[in-house]
Design a protein. Structure first.
Length: 185
């Protein structure tokens, strides 16, 4: 490993740290690490895993060091609707109107004698430019992505991990929670 001025290497006493060469060695950021511990519970949803950790906290369990780990992560893209030229140009024109309004207001405040016409001109120019650019981008795509969607990172299951010295007690507490039913906690 090559080390420049200001960087530090790993030492077991200090833990894993990273110091930026641009921060003069003052600010340290923890590097991402794999979680330690033994699984004490597995859940189908993240909310169930959160509920389990909350139950442990209310049971005076030492929650420091617990980890909720998503197992089998996958990226899910959910389609929200169809994307049309009209929708693209309309959204861009609305966005451009806000930008033009802001620039028109700034220009009218900084220019003596400028008034409402400057603000309206800014709005119209902003709407026109952004609508034209959006229409060109949409035409350039040639129908390759004619839908609106959003992506989420989800997991098949969520495991709660605990440090080995307390894992047996945590497993017992979560077993009691599961016997109480889904609404207990």
């Amino acid at each position: 490993m090559r080390c420049w001025a200001g960087c530090r290497t790993f030492s077991p006493e200090r833990g894993r740290t990273l110091t930026s060469t641009f921060s003069n060695g003052r600010r340290e950021t923890a590097l991402p690490t794999l979680p330690d511990g033994w699984p004490i519970g597995s859940y189908d949803t993240y909310q169930q895993a959160q509920r389990a950790v909350d139950h442990l906290a209310h049971s005076d369990f030492p929650v420091r060091g617990l980890a909720i780990v998503g197992v089998g992560p996958m990226l899910v893209e959910r389609v929200d609707g169809r994307l049309t030229r009209r929708r693209v140009v309309g959204a861009a024109a609305l966005s451009g109107a806000w930008l033009g309004l802001f620039l028109g207001l700034m220009l009218s405040l900084l220019t003596p004698g400028a008034g409402v016409t400057t603000i309206l001109a800014g709005m119209i120019i902003g709407m026109g430019l952004t609508a034209a650019m959006a229409a060109a981008r949409y035409a350039g795509a040639r129908g390759r992505h004619d839908f609106v969607s959003h992506s989420q990172l989800v997991a098949h299951q969520y495991d709660v991990l605990a440090p080995p010295p307390v894992s047996e007690r945590g497993r017992d507490l979560l077993a009691m929670l599961s016997m109480k039913g889904p609404q207990a906690g």
